[in-house]
Ligand binder design. Sequence first.
Ligand SMILES: [Zn+2]
Length: 71
Amino acid sequence: MIENIDQMRKRHEKEIAKLQRLCKHTKTKRMPFMWAPGHFGNDVEVCEFCGKIVKSYEDRTEFEKIFLKEK
Ligand SMILES: [Zn+2]
């Protein structure tokens, strides 16, 4: 039986959720968070391996904000 798009998305959601749960997120990259196409919010840190957003700007401590001299 062939899957339709909704079934396929659901299946991958589960796989991605599992991957992100197992991943240690050791390597991250900063990228602008796009909440809608063409609309950028604050930068976030995304795991390069599983794609999970591991830290948003709002999650940074006051120390990090000052130390990293960001916005
Ligand atoms: Zn990860």
